[in-house]
Design a protein around this ligand. Structure first.
Ligand SMILES: Nc1nc2c(ncn2[C@@H]2O[C@H](COP(=O)(O)OP(=O)(O)OP(=O)(O)O)[C@@H](O)[C@H]2O)c(=O)[nH]1
Ligand SMILES: [Mg+2]
Length: 151
């Protein structure tokens, strides 16, 4: 991946695990305490989305990103993104439904609908644990060109 990708989502939605998967690293649980970079991937703590005071940290960090991923855990009934939130960022925003290995079809469909409402231009269904859907995402990231329309 040559572009800088930033991951945003609630605590425990699977951002760090997906970062590990995308970068070919060992999958191991590690609570994210602060914004960190793994190769070209910018991992953020869930609290930055959940806490209004910290949210501006995401906006500032997004300036170094070429693409943003909004992650939603399909099994999580809380949805922290607001309608049209993707428009706050000046780069394209792609939606990721995470944990599809333990979600029902209904939960996955609901997560897709909510990410569309948040303004995501394209949505991937993934499991960072089984690897389902991550190859499609990786291929997309490899080919991503911010000058081209996503869909
Ligand atoms: N079943 C399943 N579990 C997952 C998946 N992705 C992450 N998890 C689990 O969810 C828990 C939280 O994952 P993290 O990747 O640390 O979540 P995070 O979004 O980085 O969380 P914060 O750092 O707190 O913001 C861990 O126990 C992971 O093993 C997935 O695709 N499927
Ligand atoms: Mg994390």
């Amino acid at each position: 991946m040559k572009k800088n990708i930033m991951l945003i989502g609630s605590s425990t939605c699977g951002k760090t695990t997906l970062c590990q998967r995308l970068n070919g690293l060992k999958i191991e649980y590690q609570k994210t305490q602060t914004i960190g970079v793994i190769n070209n991937t910018i991992d953020t703590p869930g609290e930055y989305l959940e806490n209004r005071q910290l949210y501006k940290g995401l906006i500032v960090t997004a300036a170094d990103s070429d693409l943003i991923l909004f992650l939603q855990d399909a099994t999580d009934e809380r949805f922290r993104f607001s309608p049209g939130q993707a428009a706050f960022f000046s780069v394209p925003v792609v939606g990721i439904v995470s944990k599809i290995d333990i979600a029902t079809q209904e939960q996955i469909d609901d997560a897709v609908e909510l990410l569309e409402l948040a303004g995501c231009e394209k949505i991937f269904l993934t499991s960072a644990v089984t690897g389902e859907g991550t190859q499609e995402l990786l291929s997309f990231l490899e080919d991503f060109d911010e000058d081209k329309i996503l869909i």
